[in-house]
Design a protein around this ligand. Sequence first.
Ligand SMILES: Cc1cc2nc3c(=O)[nH]c(=O)nc-3n(C[C@H](O)[C@H](O)[C@H](O)COP(=O)(O)O)c2cc1C
Length: 199
Amino acid sequence: MSFLNIAQSRYTTKKYNSSRKIDDDTIEKLKEIVRLSPSSINSQPWKFTFVADEKIKSRLSEFSFGNREKVLNASHVVVFSVVKDAETFENIKLAHLPEYTAAYYNRVLKPTGDEQIMTWLTSQVYLSLGFFLSATASLGIDSTPMEGIDTKEYDAVLQADDYKTLFAVAIGYRDEEDENQPTLTPKFRLEKDDVIRSI
Ligand SMILES: Cc1cc2nc3c(=O)[nH]c(=O)nc-3n(C[C@H](O)[C@H](O)[C@H](O)COP(=O)(O)O)c2cc1C
């Protein structure tokens, strides 16, 4: 499938077929793809937690507001987290990066302060979301990006000490009757002239 076809056909799945699971090979591919996501100065300030365990999925579903059924019925839930603060980033990530990268961080980013650094780190994780959503569609997997979750409660369930949850993505296969699929509900986007400028 061309990338244009992927963009036209992928959509936010609202109803999953709970009896269809993603096979292990495909999950391994997705893990490798998301690991390869690009990030500014190759900072990689993330952790991706792939949840297949039904008991954990069930616990997470309790803290997923309107996304509860998606979390329960999807094959897997992937939780995207960012390193919890600037100091932890410097200790556990920056140490692995080349000297010139650390030098750039220390010269340009560190002086902006902790809040600004966290905004920058968080942006990198959102970039990996875009990469991941396209990848899932290219493999014929349906997905739901979800900010509508209680991130603090997710942290309590997942206990990834140095990381905090930003959002999650349910992945699996759609229920045939999912009303949100583009064949039933055409995709809504602003017109090209509203969002693209050519000069
Ligand atoms: C960061 C992010 C968070 C989102 N959170 C939710 C969510 O919690 N629940 C949900 O059903 N859809 C969620 N969406 C889906 C968007 O509403 C959807 O992408 C948008 O309406 C465009 O529709 P499409 O993905 O079907 O093309 C989210 C999307 C993004 C990118």
